[in-house]
Write a protein that binds this ligand. Structure first.
Ligand code: CU
Length: 167
């Protein structure tokens, strides 16, 4: 436990050095405890319980790769989110409704600082990790809410399957 805290602190410190101004709100992620808040699309996952690692690439073509995936309900997934572009991108999980609302808000307030367990902001050339547990079956999405990107089609789909519809 102590060792993890030290590593988390180190990561937070190096992230601080690596990034410029304007995104100070994104540093605290590594140091805080796992959120117990349940959303309509799941909850923050415990990295120790991750059953799968999914690498997601984000590019300046405004695309996620892969742009769709399937998971089983209850699964905790570790997302390794890489930005291979030249501009900032982010991966934000949610329902289509929430993503659309959030995208509108980001357009109105482009400098708005937002940081939640279901989003990974990734600077050009960097990779960030996000761990999420999909606790509800259904169709969910991930989008990049940097203004203009979502509208340009930077969106992906997650199908969360129940035990029955997997057969
Ligand atoms: Cu983007």
């Amino acid at each position: 436990m102590f060792r993890q805290l030290v590593i988390a602190g180190f990561l937070a410190a190096s992230a601080f050095q690596a990034q410029g101004h304007g995104d100070t709100a994104h540093k605290k992620k590594a140091a805080r405890p796992i959120s117990t808040e349940e959303t309509s699309f799941g909850r923050e996952g415990d990295p120790k319980k991750a059953v799968r690692t999914v690498r997601v690439d984000m590019s300046d073509k405004m695309r996620f790769s892969p742009d769709s995936l399937q998971v089983k309900v209850g699964d905790t997934v570790r997302f390794q989110v890489k930005n291979s572009g030249q501009v900032m991108h982010e991966m934000v999980l949610g329902t289509m409704d929430e993503l659309k609302k959030h995208a509108e808000l980001m357009k109105k307030h482009p400098t708005m600082e937002h940081d939640e367990p279901y989003m990974a902001h990734v600077a050009p050339g960097k990779t960030e990790t996000m761990v999420w547990q999909f606790t509800k079956a259904g169709e969910f999405y991930y989008g990049c809410l940097v203004p203009g990107h979502f509208e340009a089609g930077m969106i992906g789909k997650v199908r969360v399957l129940t035990a029955e519809n997997r057969k």
